[in-house]
Design a protein around this ligand. Sequence first.
Ligand SMILES: *Cc1c(COP(=O)(O)O)cnc(C)c1O
Length: 392
Amino acid sequence: MTFANSFQPPTRILMGPGPSDVHQRVREALARPTIGHLDPEFIRLMDEIKAGLRRVFDTANEMTLPISGPASAGQEACIVNLLEPGDKAVICINGVFGGRLQDMARRAGAEVVTVEQEWGRAVPPEALEEALAANPDAKMAAFVHAETSTGALSDARALAEVARRHDCLVLADTVTSLAGVPVRVDDWGLDIVYSGTQKCLSCPPGLSPVTFSPAAREAMAARRVPVQSWFLDLSLLTAYWGGEKRSYHHTAPVNALYGLHEALLMIDEEGLDAIWARHRRCHEALVAGLEAMGLSLAVPVAERVPQLNAVTVPEGVDEAEVRRRLLVDHNLEIGAGLGPMAGKIWRIGLMGQSATPRHVRYCLTSLESVLTAMGAPVNRGEAVAAVEALGI
Ligand SMILES: *Cc1c(COP(=O)(O)O)cnc(C)c1O
């Protein structure tokens, strides 16, 4: 088959669970001329990216780099480099991504003990405490900081503290949390951490920043068998991303890294404190508007991820039709529920460049218009007033 035209994507407003809107500065960076991946200028770019990622992760970890692949690749890199056959791992599961950690750990040959929590709730540190007390030989404890499938935020600092007390390495998924809420890798004692570029970093998908503490590196150096994945083996990757003499490992996605560099520069310019405050303010405005409309959130107030809002679908409303109309008539993407929450919630993202008062208002007015047209019982004309009452 031949085709006559370039692909022109529609102009969407991205307010789902990722990807988020990408700023024009990042898009322009992506379009700059490709250079060689061992060009001295490219190596300078790599060093700046590593430094920028250290600032975002709030860590001094030398081994901090973006894996070439989506966040699932970083997730798998973290698991397969740290776990080998016979190791024991305690894995907290309160949604889809904790379930994937379990699957990956089992495939790596580890013995897995799970800490299961109801979907839509944070992981209780006492439950991890209990599992680690019963499994003193566990090598690693793993959890998802912001569970994107449900919008529940766990207390990463408290979970890490429990794990460290039991002399366990701590693995944290910060894909949705990083640059949306505080993530303090060194202060909280997180050893193995991965994230993604398409959530609050507001880059296109395809890169996965990771960071490893000195203790994690020691554990990797003490492995009995080589990492079964050649591509994700960090002992090979670091010869490309670090050290005096860089050697070929794989061809880095050069242009994607231009985009990440620009996004990190924009984060430095705005400042993380201001970025976290913006996400919180937009979340509060969105919730005020949704509640004024008569809708409610599925996660208890104290456990909500500001940048991922799980909204309960009102009784009798065809949730897929609402999303379809938002997309087709309003160019607005929001997410559906997953697993046990499929059909029960919508997931509204306020991530990175999509966390602005303009996005909040557009989402509220679009949702109100679609729900009204479908005959759903919503209070009309009150959502934006509720947002304005907050001074936003
Ligand atoms: C999105 C997400 C992932 C997976 O990211 P991909 O880039 O789709 O591979 C993993 N964990 C969490 C918490 C996420 O939100």
